[in-house]
Structure formats: structure tokens, C-alpha cells
Design a protein around this ligand. Structure first.
Ligand code: NAD
Ligand code: LMR
Length: 338
């Protein structure tokens, strides 16, 4: 059952007039997996984003409650809840950005790849529906293993004849968020000013933070850089262990997902110089997909930026991550082409 709050609708009407004069275009964002640990706080953060005019919350269950709850917040977007596969098409129709945090999370002792068997099928089904109902949307893939789910999505879109590499993104923003936080803490620099590119993929050693390019400069030893790199690579596991069987990062991920979706919306709306790291189709290494800095624009990816100068330690990390990342990409492609 679709939910549309009259309260949200009438207040957003007033707000919308304000926005219209500032020429903020209408944008629909769909969250698939919206009733989950990530989905709920991410839906909340998207409801707070003034660039969103329509927010579609889809899950296999429990979406009516989440949508009713969020819809009472007096911000611009109208909120609609969709529950069950029969409503997926309606949730997707007209979407500019689709964010996918649907799927199972890790428990202690598991790798992200251990989620493949369940999540690959979930992502496949959702991408088939995207190809049918909103083939031009920007797709923000959060479901793990991202190193495989993004190639799966690409193959599904290719099969449907809708694939546009500029519009498919693996969300690796949480790695950047962690790298910034850990670097600021260790380097004693103001966290709000920190920038650190994180490249490669989104699992263990495939996550490669480039602290040699971090700004502002902090005076850190090689041992400290090694420890920071390892902590960033193991950040997800740190949360999985702390949650002790109750799932993985949800709140920090919701924040990261909201940052990335906001960047996509700004790019779509024509803002200049919107740059975020993301796992995208790429030619900057020999791997077909790779995370690096990406310039976002009206069509999604405007430019995949290069790696920039690497330290010897980072060069070593780059060579080490390639075989694992390549095999995760191939696993995704193989699954989707079966
Ligand atoms: P969760 O179990 O709390 O929520 C997942 C939600 O997906 C549930 O509400 C479930 O009903 C829904 N779902 C399952 N199948 C679905 C389908 N076919 N269609 C729509 N919804 C469906 O899990 P979570 O903690 O929110 O994590 C979700 C995923 O995000 C996991 O795969 C996790 O590993 C991944 N994750 C990725 C990152 C990242 O940095 N990219 C970070 C954290 C978590
Ligand atoms: C993360 O980095 O927190 C996510 O990929 C979830 C996980 O399984 O670690």
C-alpha cells in the first residue's frame, strides 16, 4: 500500500514554491531496502535533503510504518512507502537516483564475499526492475559485496540494453568517511578540513586509502600510516565485531550514503566540481571496475580522475589488491551472465 502523508504534502507544497523561485528542480530518490538498518536512517537523511522532492521507500516488508513515520517531518519531499515486489515498479518509476542498501549484512567471522550467495540474487532482481522502470536513474549500490554487486548490476543492465557506465556507482564513501576520521584523530588536524582519497574496491585489502595525498598535511610516521591504512581497511570488521552478531555499520553508512547521493543530486542539478570517490567502470588500471575520485555531473560520471602520485607503500598496496578485486569482479560477471 502506498502512503502519502497529507501533512507532508501540504507543507512541502509551501516549501516547493520557495524552491521553485530558486529553480531547484524536482528530484525523485528511491531507497530499496528502506526498512533495514541502513535504509531507515538513510531515508531519514534523504528526507532532510532539500534537493529531494519525492522520496520512495521500498522494502519487501515494514515500509508502510517507516514511510508514515518519516513523512511527518516538515521538509520539502513527499514520502511514499512501497511494500512487496508488486509495488517495486511504482517505487522506481521516474526515479532520478536509486539507492540500494537491500540485502543481508555480515556477522562476526564472515567476509563480505560470504554475503554473495544471498545478495547477488537480491541485487539482480532489483536491477532488472530498474532497467525496466527507470533505466536512466543513477544507481548507488551499497549492498555487499560491492566489488561483485556493481559488476552484477552492469551485466544485468547490459542484458536489458540499458547499461550506461556513467550511471552506475558502487558506494565507497564510508571508506572515505573512516579514512578522514581516523586521519584527523591520529594527525591532530581539524576533521572537517580533512580530505583523503580512497581507491580500489570495498573489502579488506582492496580498500586503499591514499594518505600520501591527505590534506591538511599531518606529521605521521610510516608506522602510523600503516596502522591508519589497516584500520581503514578493517573499519567494517571493527563495527561488525562491536555489534557482536547484530549486523554491520548502519548509521555511519547511512551518513556516507546520504553524502554520496547528495553529490549525485548536485551533479544532476548542474553544480560544478562535485568530486567523490566511487567504484565505477574505469580504465585507470587494467581492472574493468575501480574506485577512484570521480567528477559528477548532469549525466552521472563526468570524468574518472586518475590515481595521482602514490607513495611506495601505496604502490605496493595497489599491486596487492588487484588479484582479489579482479576475482570478485569476475565472480559478479559470471553470476549475472548465467
Ligand atoms: P538489514 O538486514 O538491516 O537491512 C536490509 C534490508 O534489505 C531489510 O529491511 C530487508 O527486508 C531488505 N531486503 C531484503 N531483500 C530485499 C529485496 N529483494 N528488495 C528490497 N529490500 C530487500 O541490513 P543493513 O545493515 O541495512 O545492510 C544492508 C546491506 O548493506 C548489506 O549487504 C551490508 O553488507 C551492506 N553495507 C554496505 C556498506 C558499504 O560501505 N557499501 C556499508 C554497510 C553495509
Ligand atoms: C562496511 O564497510 O562497514 C560495510 O561494508 C559492512 C561490512 O560488512 O563491513
Amino acid at each position: 500500500r502506498s502512503i502519502k502523508s497529507l501533512t507532508a504534502s501540504s507543507s512541502s507544497h509551501i516549501l516547493r514554491r520557495g524552491y521553485a523561485s530558486e529553480a531547484v528542480p524536482d528530484r525523485k530518490v528511491a531507497v530499496l531496502g528502506a526498512a533495514g538498518g541502513i535504509g531507515q536512517p538513510l531515508a531519514l537523511l534523504m528526507k532532510l535533503n532539500p534537493l529531494v522532492s519525492s522520496l520512495a521507500l521500498y522494502d519487501i516488508a515494514n515500509t508502510p510504518g517507516v514511510a508514515a513515520d518519516i513523512s511527518h517531518i516538515n521538509t520539502r519531499s513527499e514520502v511514499y512507502g512501497y511494500s512487496g515486489e508488486a509495488e517495486l515498479g511504482k517505487a522506481l518509476e521516474g526515479a532520478d537516483v536509486v539507492i540500494i542498501p537491500a540485502g543481508v549484512p555480515r556477522k562476526p567471522g564472515m567476509t563480505r564475499d560470504d554475503l554473495f550467495n544471498i545478495n547477488a540474487g537480491i541485487v539482480k532482481g532489483l536491477c532488472e526492475a530498474i532497467a525496466k522502470h527507470c533505466p536512466h536513474a543513477l544507481v548507488n549500490m551499497i549492498s555487499n559485496p560491492v566489488n561483485s554487486t556493481v559488476p552484477i548490476a552492469a551485466e544485468i543492465f547490459k542484458k536489458a540494453g540499458t547499461y550506461d557506465p556513467k550511471r552506475l556507482f558502487g558506494v565507497t564513501t564510508l571508506d572515505v568517511v573512516r579514512a578522514k576520521t581516523f586521519y584527523a584523530g591520529k594527525g591532530k588536524v581539524p576533521v572537517a578540513e580533512v580530505n583523503v582519497p580512497v581507491v580500489g574496491g570495498h573489502a579488506g585489502i582492496t580498500i586503499l586509502p591514499l594518505f600520501s595525498q591527505a590534506t591538511p598535511k599531518a606529521n605521521l610516521s610510516d608506522a602510523e600510516i600503516t596502522a591508519l591504512t589497516k584500520r581503514t581497511q578493517d573499519g567494517g570488521t571493527e563495527v561488525v565485531e562491536a555489534k557482536a552478531g547484530k549486523g554491520s555499520a548502519t548509521l555511519s553508512m547511512a551518513y556516507a550514503g546520504a553524502v554520496f547521493a547528495d553529490a549525485c543530486l548536485k551533479g544532476l542539478n548542474g553544480a560544478s566540481d562535485v568530486v567523490e570517490c566511487s567504484f565505477v567502470q574505469s580504465t585507470i588500471t587494467e581492472l574493468p571496475f575501480f574506485a577512484s575520485k570521480v567528477r559528477l555531473g548532469k549525466n552521472g560520471v563526468e570524468e574518472v580522475l586518475g590515481l595521482g602520485p602514490l607513495s611506495d607503500y601505496e604502490k605496493e598496496g595497489l599491486e596487492k589488491l588487484k588479484p582479489e578485486l579482479q576475482s570478485s569482479i569476475e565472480k559478479g560477471i559470471k553470476f549475472a551472465s548465467q
